[in-house]
Design a protein around this ligand. Structure first.
Ligand SMILES: [Mg+2]
Length: 314
């Protein structure tokens, strides 16, 4: 019988799983699904002849997804709670100085996130910096939110509230906020080894949103959580959530992140979003050792991981 991962192994798997997924997807970003190598050939180093994206970036490097997720984790750990302005300052620091980036090099930034960071740099309050148009629902706030679910130990409704605030810094539209909330609850249910994590998370969210028509409308009519998940690995927040749900069924951690990359398009982000969940589900030992070894930036994330685990061991 396979040993079920401990809580500590799941938390570790969540953080490392999102970083490894992001790093795995980086060389394949922007490629159409038809040009992505066969699943068994998807590695940090793509097969010879594949025109890799970000070709100057070393294999094993996480991108904006991983760096911003670490900005969030560092802010939560240092402040002891979510502090929007502190988190915003760290995003600016990432953009300007490569804070939490491997070798301090920033090579990728989403358009909507970039605009919000420039606004925050000009002292717009963090919670007012995000774009709120319906067309601003990229996956930029979803891709970095997982550390909140790993850190937070309060009620489900408080987790939902903060997940939404976390989105608001860059992606203020209610659709993005609700996607972040659902993803965090889903991650929490996986962490708690629930029998049916997705449906349990959806049920909880429906209760929390019972008197919130705007939130409920986004949940039921945009996200459509009861539909069969079919995702295309695009940059649209709802599609990213669906893609993650779809590829999470592909098998073990390795199969999940490879299936995410195989979708093409926003490969690093899909693999980051799905990889974090697969990492929680399978625990750190479920992540292939070669990828854990080849992952760069260990001196950046290891101290944060240690602090995160210490909080849960208290
Ligand atoms: Mg990226």
């Amino acid at each position: 019988m396979i040993k079920r991962p401990t809580r500590i192994e799941r938390l570790t798997g969540g953080l490392v799983g999102l970083l490894v997924g992001d790093a795995l997807g980086v060389p394949y970003e922007f490629h159409d699904a038809s040009t992505i190598p066969a699943v068994e050939l998807i590695e940090f180093q793509p097969p010879a002849g594949f025109a890799r994206s970000h070709h100057l970036v070393q294999p094993g490097t996480w991108s904006d997804d991983g760096a911003q997720a670490l900005c969030l984790l560092a802010s939560l750990l240092e402040c002891g709670q979510f502090d929007a302005d502190d988190f915003g300052r760290r995003l600016v620091l990432w953009y300007d100085d490569g804070y939490m980036a491997v070798d301090g090099i920033v090579f990728d930034v989403g358009i909507i996130t970039g605009k919000a960071i420039l606004a925050m740099r000009q002292n717009v309050p963090a919670l007012e910096a995000g774009a709120g148009d319906e067309y601003d629902n990229g996956n930029g706030s979803l891709m970095r939110v997982l550390p909140l679910a790993l850190f937070h130990r309060g009620s489900d409704s408080d987790l939902v509230r903060i997940a939404q605030l976390q989105s608001q810094l860059t992606h203020a539209h209610m659709r993005s906020q609700v996607c972040c909330a659902l993803y965090c609850l889903w991650a929490r249910r996986i962490l708690d080894d629930a029998v049916d994590p997705w449906n349990e998370a959806v049920g909880t969210l429906r209760t929390i949103y019972a008197n919130k028509p705007q939130e409920l409308e986004e949940l039921e009519w945009s996200i459509r959580p009861d539909d069969e998940p079919i995702g295309y690995g695009s940059g649209y927040v709802v599609d990213s959530l669906r893609s993650a749900r779809m590829v999470l069924e592909a098998g073990n951690y390795e199969a999940v992140v490879r299936a995410a990359v195989r979708l093409g398009n926003d490969t690093d982000t899909t693999a980051c979003i799905a990889g974090g969940l697969a990492g929680i589900r399978d625990g750190i030992d479920g992540i292939p050792e070669r990828w854990r070894e080849q992952l760069l930036g260990k001196t950046i994330f290891s101290p944060l991981l240690k602090q995160l685990l210490a909080r849960h061991e208290e």
